[in-house]
Design a protein around this ligand. Structure first.
Ligand SMILES: C[S@@+](CC[C@H](N)C(=O)[O-])C[C@H]1O[C@@H](n2cnc3c(N)ncnc32)[C@H](O)[C@@H]1O
Length: 226
């Protein structure tokens, strides 16, 4: 893909948010999990510190801690201001204000940065990118993809989505994708084609409600399993 750091807008979410976005009940959590497009989320750091097995992949993991940290410093206030300008597109019960949101995201990204060097050495962070992942078939019990597939439907093609979802289903027994809306808040136009393809291939693919809603209307995930 030839990713440059300037193309990445780091905005990492916490374990608490992942639990609600993917409706992870406690028995889902001890499984061997892939966080695909994990970015600067603290999911891996927080899960690892409570004894769970997680690998995160994302092309930004090719960059150094210092470079990612600098990119976070350069962009987080801009992101917070963007959310402030579009406040009506969000539900403000989880976060009291754009300032509180910015502080929470910064804290998640700080946890990620602290964990990243050790996790990189341990192979818990890997610079792999969709649509092709170098993992074995069914290596993971669960693959999660937050705020990448479907979210960026205006930038990534339908074919990219079809290939990527099939790849995630190759490496994991179950795949969950959240949200189903684009950045603009409109439904991703690729969802019906993704569901149809996976059903044709013999998978169970269903839209499920989740207890998380920050972007208005983004309260469902796509769950795919054999
Ligand atoms: C908005 S962030 C989401 C981060 C995290 N999942 C979260 O919800 O907090 C999207 C991430 O997708 C990553 N990304 C971009 N292209 C990718 C690809 N082809 N495969 C996997 N991840 C990719 C970006 O580097 C970025 O970190």
């Amino acid at each position: 893909m030839g990713l440059t750091l300037e193309q990445v807008v780091p905005w990492g979410r916490s374990l608490e948010e992942y639990i609600e976005m993917f409706d992870l009940i406690p028995t889902d959590r001890p499984r061997h999990t892939l966080d695909c497009a994990g970015g600067p989320a603290s999911f891996n750091a927080e899960m690892t510190s409570s004894g769970h097995s997680v690998i995160s992949c994302d092309p930004i993991y090719q960059f150094s801690v210092a470079d990612i940290e600098q990119r976070i410093q350069d962009t987080w206030a801009i992101l917070k201001d963007k959310v402030t300008a579009h406040q009506n597109d969000y539900i403000w019960n989880r976060f009291a204000s754009p300032e509180a949101l910015g502080a929470t995201r910064l804290e998640s990204m700080r946890k990620f940065l602290q964990d990243f060097p050790e996790g990189l050495k341990a192979g818990r962070y890997a610079a792999h990118e969709l649509p092709v992942l170098p993992f074995q078939e069914s290596q993971f019990d669960l693959a999660l993809c937050s705020h990448f597939l479907l979210t960026y439907s205006d930038h990534l093609s339908e074919q990219f989505h079809l290939d990527s979802v099939q790849e995630l289903c190759r490496v994991a027994a179950e795949v969950r994708i959240f949200p189903l809306l684009k950045v603009s808040g409109e439904p991703s136009p690729y969802l019906p084609a993704v569901i149809a393809q996976m059903q044709r291939l013999g998978y169970k693919a269903e839209v499920k409600p989740v207890p998380y809603e920050f972007q208005k209307g983004a309260n469902q995930m796509l769950k795919i399993c054999r």
